[in-house]
Each structure stands twice: as structure tokens, then as C-alpha cells.
Ligand binder design. Structure first.
Ligand code: NDP
Length: 332
């Protein structure tokens, strides 16, 4: 089987490709530049991995050429989308909304036009496309949608990301009903993704969300622990969910909320203190663990019943990330 993965150098995509290669798939990954593709070729070190350069997602027909070159592709994973630090966003429409939404439309149009043999498409959406935070409590199921408006996102960069995921995912489902392509669609809606990098070398260039764990290593013993909490899923389970969603007949036409556990900075500090005694003197002591997020209600029935993954625990995820980070830093 041959799979195409857009945004191949991303944190989640690299784990996805690694698992696909181990399962015997051939993989074509799209990246924005040759240096990113060459990094993957070097690190995957597999004759079954190749890359194509697709520099601008939002340009119409962006994927036509890359797909025409690979007539054996039967499954497409669309993961590429802007995941930016809000402080770097000056133009939400150009930097966030357009690549996410038009990129998704272009991918699907190219597959329909240039790869009619593709049977399955898996789209990486997010929990932020499903939740409604307007009632004071955050609620989401695999049927609900974020009520954020496009107009709001154009002028408010703090909601641009959630709107980009919401409208990109909506565009994908609309494409299915309006264009009736040969492929079926399933959508992955992960909560906050943590866990190790596919390649040790990548700890030098951590993705936005993976930094959350290594940031804890900079907390000081005599300083208060910043309040931060959320829901967690390990990156390796996110990768696995993409593959299972592409393989299972019952997964077609469905959305999957991926959520394993909750975290807050107190739990992260305690996990690290317990598993890395050598760091205890460098980290704060948690007097009383803050209560974990209680104002969030997520229903993940599709994921539990259809994908049925035995999720990696927060402790394992954090320990694996910190171990990789410390080992790599020590050796280099
Ligand atoms: P990364 O930032 O590591 O990966 C994002 C990928 O998308 C990179 O390959 C990046 O390419 C590409 N990309 C970003 N912007 C553009 C653009 N304008 N044009 C072309 N390519 C672009 O993030 P993740 O791996 O975490 O994210 C992957 C997907 O998962 C995204 O769709 C994200 O929304 C989703 N997601 C992530 C969660 C998380 O907690 N991490 C939670 C829920 C969903 P380049 O390196 O060239 O910028």
C-alpha cells in the first residue's frame, strides 16, 4: 500500500510516517522545501519513503503534480496546517485561515482530479473544531461544532487557529457531499498532543505543543508554578488513530475525539520529580496538586468504540519525552 502524508515533517506526521513504514506501507510525504524533505530521508533511512515539494498549500491545484507522479497512492493523510505561536500572527487570514481552509479544499480537489484511485482520506482536525466554550463549560462530542465565526477570526488572532480547524474540517465534509469523490473521509480531533519526537535530533526544534513538557524543566525551585491545564493525548496514539481510521470500514464518515487524560503543570512536575530523582533539587516542590480541569466535558464514543486504542498514559508520555530530551542534550 502507498500512503501520501501532507506536512510530512510535522510532529504528528513524522510519527505517522514512522508507523506506516513499520507496517510495510510505502510513503510519499509533502514538505515545503528540499531541506525539510532531505532531513526526513536521512532520518527515516528507508527506500520506502520519498518526498515531494508542495510550497504553497493555498494555491489552487497545489497537489496536482505531486499526486500525478504517484499513481499508486491509495490513502491520503492531510495533516499540514499552520500551528503557530499566536504572538507571531499579524495577519490571521493570510497566515492561518487561508492555508488551513484553502489547503484542505485543494488537497481534496487534487485527489479527486489527479488520483481517482485514492479510496480513503484521513484529515487531521482538532478538538477545537468540536467544542463550544460559550456556556462557561467546555463541551464537545463527535457531532458538535465550534460556533466561532469566520469574520471573528479574521480580526481576532487568538481565535484564528480554532476557526481555521473548524472551517477546514467543514470544508472537507462539504466537499464529500457536494463533489461525491471516490474516496471516503474520516477525521481525527485530538486534544493537546504531547510525547516524544520521532527523531532524537528533532528535540532541537520542538513543535509548539511538545514544548509544554520540556518547559517544566526550566521551572525554578523557589518560584511559583505557572497555572496551566488541559487534556492530553500522546503523539504516538494520534498517529495510530490516523492509521486505524484509514483501515477500518466502520471508521468511514466519522469524527474521532482523541483524549487520554488531563494534565496540569503540577502533575507534570510531580511525574518528572518521581521519575528523574536527579532533577528533584532543580524543580519546585508541589505543596498540593491543583485540582484538574473539571470544566470540560468531552464525549469520545467513536474513538473508544471503533478505534479502541489502549492509550499511552500521561506518565509514560512525559517520561519518554524528558528522557529523550535529556539524553539528546547530554550527548550533543
Ligand atoms: P507541526 O507544526 O509540527 O506540523 C505542522 C505541519 O504543517 C508542518 O509540516 C508544517 O510545515 C505544515 N504547515 C504549517 N503551515 C503551513 C502552510 N502555511 N503551508 C504549508 N504547510 C504548512 O504541528 P503538529 O504536528 O502538531 O500538527 C499537525 C496537525 O495536527 C495540524 O493540522 C494541527 O492543526 C493538528 N493538531 C495538532 C495538535 C497538537 O496539539 N499538536 C492538536 C490537534 C490537532 P513547515 O514545517 O514547513 O511549517
Amino acid at each position: 500500500l502507498t500512503a501520501f502524508v501532507s506536512g510530512a515533517n510535522g510532529y504528528i506526521a513524522a510519527q505517522l510516517i514512522d508507523q506506516l513504514l513499520h507496517l510495510g506501507y510505502s510513503v510519499i510525504g509533502s514538505v515545503r522545501s528540499a531541506d525539510k524533505g532531505d532531513y526526513l530521508v536521512k532520518n527515516f533511512n528507508s527506500s520506502h519513503f520519498k518526498y515531494e515539494i508542495v510550497p504553497v498549500l493555498e494555491k489552487e491545484g497545489a497537489f496536482d503534480e505531486a499526486l500525478t507522479k504517484h499513481p499508486n497512492v491509495s490513502v491520503f493523510f492531510h495533516t499540514a496546517s499552520p500551528v503557530l505561536d499566536v504572538s507571531t500572527v499579524t495577519n490571521p487570514e493570510a497566515q492561518v485561515l487561508a492555508p488551513a481552509i484553502n489547503g484542505t479544499k485543494n488537497v481534496l480537489a487534487s485527489i479527486k482530479k489527479s488520483s481517482p484511485q485514492v479510496e480513503r482520506v484521513v484529515f487531521t482536525s482538532s478538538i477545537v473544531a468540536t467544542w463550544d466554550r460559550s456556556q462557561g463549560i467546555v463541551r464537545a462530542t463527535e457531532e458538535t461544532w465550534n460556533p466561532v465565526t469566520y469574520e471573528e477570526a479574521v480580526t481576532n488572532k487568538t481565535v484564528a487557529y480554532s476557526a481555521s480547524k473548524t472551517y477546514a474540517e467543514r470544508a472537507a465534509w462539504d466537499f464529500l457531499t457536494q463533489q461525491k469523490p471516490n474516496f471516503t473521509l474520516s477525521v481525527i480531533n485530538p486534544v493537546y498532543v504531547l510525547g516524544p519526537q520521532t527523531f532524537n535530533e528533532s528535540v532541537n526544534n520542538l513543535n509548539m505543543t511538545a514544548k509544554l513538557v520540556t518547559n517544566v524543566l526550566d521551572f525554578k525551585p523557589n518560584e511559583p508554578i505557572p497555572a496551566l491545564e488541559g487534556r492530553f493525548i500522546d503523539v504516538r496514539d494520534v498517529a495510530k488513530a490516523h492509521i486505524l481510521a484509514s483501515q477500518k470500514d466502520e471508521a468511514q464518515g466519522k469524527r474521532f475525539i482523541l483524549v487520554a487524560d488531563f494534565y496540569n503543570n503540577d502533575t507534570l512536575v510531580n511525574i518528572i520529580r518521581k521519575n528523574f530523582p536527579e532533577l528533584q533539587s532543580k524543580l519546585p516542590v508541589v505543596e498540593k496538586e491543583a485540582d484538574v480541569s473539571i470544566n470540560m466535558e468531552l464525549k469520545d464514543d467513536n474513538a473508544r468504540n471503533i478505534l479502541n486504542i489502549d492509550y499511552i498514559s500521561l506518565e509514560t508520555s512525559v517520561v519518554d519525552s524528558v528522557k529523550q530530551y535529556l539524553t539528546y542534550k547530554k550527548d550533543n
